[in-house]
Design a protein around this ligand. Structure first.
Ligand code: HEC
Length: 174
């Protein structure tokens, strides 16, 4: 169901003079449908409750170490997960690449502080890329223009609609 249609359903029967309450409901429903957040910065609030798709560790020696070294975990919101089987994504789809530094000692690898939160969100038919520093919900490491240039340049080469992770890489359910 399109979000507009659901919003229309909700608006039926709302008496005049309850505009504010109605606006609140509409915002909440829109957030539910898109998995988006009320955080205006674009921070993907609550992403740890999304679908978890992958974990991996990038150590020194990898060409990706400088930008993405540490433990990374990939999450997709509800809209993203609907598109994931085919690799075709609607507006509102979001992926998060959550990166923690790691401590390596005595044969074990433990995550330490969060290094960054990389975000892809599809809006108006195109992906936007953001990177938030550490645990900050507002401080970005790259500008929107840099995101378009650097992140998108590499993600253009991803197998399905700019997304590297694909359903067929995921371990099959028992
Ligand atoms: C040089 C290539 C490269 C660059 C530059 C790059 N990425 Fe990625 N990104 C990848 C690869 C490869 C993966 C998949 C890693 C995996 O699943 O193990 C990935 C995964 C992701 C994911 C999870 C969804 C997916 O595609 O699997 C997000 C979100 C993401 N990157 C955001 C960003 C952001 C934001 C930037 C810019 C700050 C960025 N990336 C820059 C290569 C790149």
């Amino acid at each position: 169901m399109k979000s507009g249609a659901l919003v229309d359903l909700i608006q039926v029967g709302v008496p005049k003079g309850k505009q504010l309450a109605r606006a609140g409901v509409v915002v909440a429903v829109a957030a539910l449908l898109t998995g988006a957040t009320s955080d205006n910065s674009g921070y993907p609030t609550g992403f740890r409750n999304w679908e978890h798709l992958h974990s991996g560790v990038i150590l020194e020696g990898s060409p990706a170490y400088q930008g993405f070294g540490g433990l990374h975990e990939t999450y997709g919101n509800a809209v993203a997960m609907r598109g994931y089987p085919k690799g075709q994504y609607s507006n509102g789809a979001m992926f998060v690449f959550d990166v923690h530094n790691v401590a390596i000692a005595k044969g074990s690898i433990e995550p330490t502080k969060r290094r960054q939160v990389d975000v892809m969100i599809k809006t108006a038919g195109a992906w936007k890329f953001y990177e938030f520093k550490g645990d900050s919900h507002t401080e970005r490491s790259i500008t929107v223009a840099q995101g378009e240039a650097q992140c998108a340049a590499c993600h253009n080469g991803a197998p399905k609609d700019h997304v590297f992770r694909t359903d067929d890489q995921a371990p099959s359910m028992p």
